[in-house]
Design a protein around this ligand. Structure first.
Ligand code: C2E
Ligand code: CA
Ligand code: CA
Length: 318
């Protein structure tokens, strides 16, 4: 079961349930009904119509030209107190016919077609303008996903800084998330670009940690301030001792390197409690909030206490 869950997570499949064996015909509709009842916010997740849709080059060009790409925001919380630290920005394609399409369907295509920088620009501009307008406290940060392709060329730091300046948001409020493999592909030029970004004040985060092929020495050499434990380990933590051991080791490694450690994919109380015991710094996941549209996430943030888990410790006994 743990292997099945991990495999589903690795394929970015959203798992609605794992039926018990033997698998009898009446079991499947029950599992589907139960699982689908707790799905992601419809505004943020894939629409039924998007199933099977394979975007073409022309579709993606039109999406970029017509402004069909939007963003949703997933809260990042302090692990010890539940205080809101910031949001991860996740792109969504609001397709006029197929509904909301998630990024696993089109990021690779955007990279192959060489339009990923345009996509990043549209995502950053929307998110920065939203942050600037939002009535939330000024200390909150935004995490933006960067593709490996964006790290090529030395002008990238100037471009990203310009988006911040135009929106009136300090780069120090922006964390750039890079995947482990993306950051390590060409360590020499990556070091150059990442150093420029750090000098401008951006925070750098190594995403999906534990799934790539980095060497420890490169990791220590690159100027990261944050490490994100890959969600496949976090999602499977309740059912897999191996996953829990890996999570603990990553947290210790991150801390020994002076990094803040974030766990994403937190789906249940038990895992959250485990992460707190391991000294994890921040958490993100469906248990705390699904990725939500800008207006909705502001309502969510304004409706909650400042430090909910300190104020109501019973949160953990649910
Ligand atoms: P990621 O950076 O690892 O983002 C986290 C993904 O995990 C998001 O999927 C989020 O919806 C999902 N997630 C969050 N909490 C949970 C949880 O508790 N359980 C489970 N099962 N999943 C959770 P999403 O939005 O579909 O994004 C998929 C990937 O697409 C991202 O993975 C990131 O690599 C990429 N991506 C998203 N937005 C952008 C973007 O603006 N630019 C680039 N280059 N890539 C992006
Ligand atoms: Ca990310
Ligand atoms: Ca990740």
């Amino acid at each position: 079961r743990a292997a099945a869950r991990r495999s589903a997570a690795e394929h970015l499949l959203s798992l609605v349930g794992v039926p018990a064996k033997p698998l009898l015909p009446p079991t499947v509709p029950g599992v589907l009904r139960e699982g689908l009842g707790t799905r992601e916010d419809p505004a943020a997740g894939p629409a039924a119509g998007a199933v099977g849709f394979e975007p073409t080059e022309a579709d993606l060009h039109r999406a970029l030209d017509q402004g069909e790409l939007g963003v949703v925001y997933q809260p990042k919380l302090m692990c010890a107190t539940g205080a809101l630290a910031g949001f991860e920005v996740l792109v969504r394609w609001n397709h006029p016919v197929h509904g909301v399409i998630t990024p696993d369907r089109f990021i690779l295509l955007a990279e192959e077609l060489g339009v990923i920088d345009t996509l990043t620009e549209q995502v950053m501009r929307q998110a920065l303008a939203w942050l600037q307008r939002s009535p939330l406290p000024a200390g909150l940060s935004l995490s933006i996903n960067l593709s490996a392709r964006t790290l090529v060329g030395l002008s990238v730091a100037d471009r990203l800084e310009r988006f911040c300046t135009e929106a009136g948001v300090a780069p120090s409020r922006v964390t750039l998330e890079l995947t482990e493999t993306a950051a390590m592909e060409d360590p020499v030029s990556a070091l150059d670009v990442l150093t420029r970004l750090r000098v401008k004040g951006f925070e750098l985060s190594i995403d999906d940690f534990g799934t790539g092929y980095s060497s420890m020495s490169q990791l220590a050499r690159l100027p990261f301030s944050e490490m994100k434990v890959d969600k496949t380990f976090v999602i499977t933590a309740p059912s897999s001792g191996d996953s829990r051991t890996i999570i603990k080791s990553i947290i210790d490694l991150g801390h020994n390197l002076g990094l803040r450690v974030v766990a994403e994919g937190v789906e249940d109380h038990e895992t959250l409690e485990y992460l707190r015991r391991c000294g994890c710094d921040m958490v993100q996941g469906f248990l705390l909030s699904r990725p939500l549209p800008g207006e909705r996430v502001i309502e969510w943030a304004l409706a909650r206490p400042d430090q909910p888990w300190l104020e109501s410790p019973s949160f953990f006994s649910r």
